[in-house]
Write a protein that binds this ligand. Structure first.
Ligand code: 4NP
Length: 156
């Protein structure tokens, strides 16, 4: 039986809205599916603008609304060695991908957008609620993408 642990890093710009939401949703979904010990999840921002800060209150509220505790978060920045440290690096939009290409050893098998996993959504990027204010839309995409990732990893 394959008990390999997949290490997943979600990436957005600020690491306070979208990628923290994805981190907490994936961890929760894996726990709910009884495979919590098979995935290690983290998140980071390309910018580092909010290093050391908690997640956005809108993200925390959205997690709570769906029964997920938002406790224990600290924002951090993508590290140049993250391609060595993680099996999967999953970004939220095209600018994250452009920024990642400048920082990590990049290959498209390992590093891609969350929306690549949910073509049926009709979205090609996860909109940034920092600008849209629509944390529900972000949650819908993050939740569907996270489910699709668990399926891709053979955990659902
Ligand atoms: P995130 O959203 O990339 O989903 O965390 C943002 C958070 C902060 C800023 C931009 C986007 N900002 O300009 O500080």
């Amino acid at each position: 039986m394959n008990m390999k642990t997949d290490k997943v890093l979600f990436v957005c710009l600020g690491n306070i809205c979208r990628s923290p939401m994805a981190e907490y949703v994936l961890r929760y979904q894996a726990q709910q599916a009884g495979v919590g010990e098979r995935v290690e999840v983290a998140s980071a921002g390309t910018s580092g603008w909010h290093n050391g800060k908690d997640m956005h209150p809108g993200t925390a509220a959205m997690l709570r609304k769906h029964g997920i505790s938002p406790a224990g978060f600290t924002s951090s920045q993508v590290h140049p060695f993250d391609a060595d440290s993680y099996d999967w690096i999953i970004a939220m939009d095209d600018s994250n991908i452009d920024d990642l290409k400048r920082v990590i050893r990049f290959n498209t098998e390992q590093t891609f957008k969350l929306t690549d996993l949910i073509p049926e959504s009709g979205y090609f990027q996860v909109p940034d609620p920092w600008y849209t204010g629509d944390f529900d839309e972000t949650y819908r995409l993050v939740s569907a993408g996270s489910q699709a990732l668990l399926r891709k990893l053979g955990l659902l």
